[in-house]
Design a protein around this ligand. Structure first.
Ligand SMILES: [Zn+2]
Length: 240
């Protein structure tokens, strides 16, 4: 029996209603998470921290204190484009974070040092994440074309489970991203508190910025799970 029968029958344009509801829900969640992180960042970007540290200065201090003097900090264009690049072993901070002495900038910069430290100490979830990146790239690009090809041409029906397997890697990747991101943020807040780089009041603001950023990864996981359900539904319709 096809999956969609259990979820309320047909909806619009031949798609079952439950698929539409999940699609709209995941879009709303993703957009809300993006708006929230932008708004929270802007709010605490207006608050300068009392110690006058810029994002770049804060990141340098934390890296040096962890024996990571060899990890450079570069500036990168784009809004909220801050990241740690494990292959080049470099932290790249957006212009707004690099030069700003705001509470938000120091929070984001400290978060990125958290990723560099995760690599240094061999934090398990980040190793799993790195290991499944190739499958994730293939999965997000090819899973839907493979499954659809397998559904249309019965000679290629073996592509259906292959596509689903590849997309499962995407879901796993988004899932294991959550401990990586939450752990980088808790490392950041801990070091900012211990080294007194931010005051207790400022720490609350930085925490809100990092929490809002983490919610975008939760939204990405929800979207990935929804897409996996859609793939399973396509495969299930094919069998009937
Ligand atoms: Zn991160």
């Amino acid at each position: 029996m096809p999956l969609y029968v259990y979820y309320g029958g047909y909806g619009f344009y031949g798609y079952p209603l439950w698929e539409w509801i999940l699609l709209i829900a995941s879009l709303v969640i993703a957009v809300a998470a993006q708006i929230n992180v932008s708004a929270t960042f802007s709010r605490y970007q207006k608050e300068s921290n009392a110690s006058g540290l810029t994002g770049a200065m804060a990141a340098r201090q934390i890296l040096d204190a962890n024996g990571l003097q060899h990890v450079p900090i570069e500036m990168v264009e784009g809004k909220l484009s801050d990241h740690y690049d494990p292959r080049a072993n470099v932290i790249r901070l957006s212009r707004e974070v690099y030069f700003s002495n705001s509470v938000a900038a120091v929070g984001v910069a400290a978060h990125e040092t958290g990723h560099a430290i995760q690599y240094q100490v061999g934090y398990t979830p980040i190793k799993i994440r790195a290991a499944i990146i190739p499958a994730t790239r293939i999965g997000s690009a090819l899973a839907f074309p493979l499954v659809i090809l397998g559904v249309i041409f019965s000679a290629f029906s073996f592509l259906v489970p292959l596509g689903i397997l590849l997309f499962t890697a995407v879901v796993l990747f988004q899932l294991v991203t959550l401990p990586v991101e939450f752990n980088a943020s808790s490392r950041a807040l801990k070091v900012l508190r211990e080294r007194q780089m931010l005051s207790p009041q400022e720490l609350k603001g930085a925490g809100k910025v990092l929490h809002a950023a983490a919610m975008t990864y939760v939204a990405a996981l929800i979207t990935a799970i929804f897409n996996l359900l859609r793939l399973l539904a396509i495969a299930s319709r094919n069998r009937n």
